[in-house]
Ligand binder design. Structure first.
Ligand code: UDP
Ligand code: MG
Length: 345
């Protein structure tokens, strides 16, 4: 039926994203990457289902099963069978947390999207406060940790040092003492989803996009159940990946090493010449140990420089291969939208 002018006036256009945001309506998506979380997943869903109505928004919970080998997928299937607000994306294998979060972000339909872990370390009760900040006009309401329970002293110290080093090295403002727990506006999600890069570190891609960021302070709890999926080695790899993906500092560091070694060479060479010229009798040669030390140091720095360049070359090669960041095996709760999809960018 064709509408006439007065009818159009009587029938308002659908509210835009920003109208819905001011009115506090619209859809809230919660994205949860899950890898071997069978002990906790039912409790996580129950807590979210109890808390999210307090936001006053409709909501969907997008679980991404990242190649779990335990009963996580069965647990998620049971959740999806009973709750139409749950969407389950089963990845074809374990692609890693960054890929799982990216898959969830791409599938989320919300006007605002919360990313959180499956283990209840980030209390769902903070989400209504994040939504409140979003309504006030904040585009990224990120959880900033006041306390962190259940972590070793080693992890607390290394994480704190790494966050500060990382923030000082990347060329845009980067919040510290924060993880993946955050709410982002649709426009931020669209900007991040549109990035063509395959290997993704979302903690720096969201700040890269810009927009208005504000912290929401909270206390991070210990895991509700299960164990961490990150060994110290896996954490170290993630930290290295994050640095190389987000910053040119490692390559620049090789210039600093080259300049330092060059300065040592010039100073010690000059000293040797002066000593020979001013000595009454010719001096004996340097010891083998001293020569070995110098050669080994120079070789180590040169090898490190080549290795750093190699890290960038490998990443450039991977991007050129253009393989998708993740592959979906099956989607529950929203068959038509995502069946057979993989990251198309
Ligand atoms: N995770 C994932 N894929 C992985 C490893 C972890 O999806 O390969 C998920 C995991 O299920 C959890 C979140 O990422 O929801 C954070 O993992 P974890 O709690 O083990 O990390 P921690 O909090 O100990 O740093
Ligand atoms: Mg955790």
């Amino acid at each position: 039926m064709t509408q006439t002018g007065p009818e159009i006036l009587a029938c308002p256009w659908p509210a835009s994203g920003s109208d819905r945001r001011r009115a506090g309506r619209g859809l809230l998506s919660v994205v949860i990457p899950c890898h071997n979380e069978e002990e906790v997943i039912a409790a996580t869903h129950a807590r979210l289902a109890a808390v999210l109505p307090a936001t006053g928004m409709d909501f969907e919970i997008v679980y991404v099963d990242d190649g779990s080998r335990d009963g996580t997928l069965r647990g998620l299937e049971a959740i999806a069978a009973h709750d139409p607000r749950a969407v389950v994306i089963e990845l074809a294998r374990n692609f890693g947390q960054q890929a799982a979060m990216s898959a969830g972000l791409a599938a989320a339909r919300g006007d605002a999207i919360v990313i959180t872990d499956a283990d209840l370390q980030d209390p769902p009760e903070v989400i209504p406060e994040m939504v409140r900040r979003w309504r006030e006009g904040v585009d990224v309401a990120y959880g900033r940790r006041r306390h962190r329970d259940g972590e070793t002293a080693f992890k607390l110290v290394t994480a704190s040092l790494f966050h500060r080093l990382f923030a000082s090295l990347i060329p845009y403002p980067m919040p510290v003492d924060t993880g993946d727990f955050k709410l982002i506006d649709r426009a931020v999600a669209d900007a991040v989803n549109a990035l063509p890069e395959k290997r993704r570190y979302l903690r720096s891609l969201v700040p890269w996009a810009g927009f208005r960021h504000e912290p929401v302070w909270y206390d991070r709890h210990a895991r509700a159940a299960g164990t961490t999926k990150y060994s110290p080695w896996k954490l170290l790899k993630l930290a290295g990946d994050a640095l190389v993906l987000s910053s040119d500092a490692p390559v620049r560091l090789t210039w600093v090493a080259a300049a330092g070694l060059g300065a040592i060479g010039i100073v010690s060479g000059s000293m040797a010449i002066v000593a020979q010229l001013t000595a009454a009798a010719p001096r004996p040669g340097v010891s083998l140990a001293a020569v070995t030390a110098v050669v080994a140091t120079v070789a180590a720095v040169q090898t490190a420089a080549v290795a750093i360049v190699g890290e960038y070359v490998v990443r450039a090669y991977r991007e050129a291969q253009g393989r998708p960041t993740w592959v979906v095996r099956r989607t529950l709760g929203r068959e038509r939208a995502t069946t057979g999809s993989s990251r198309a960018a």
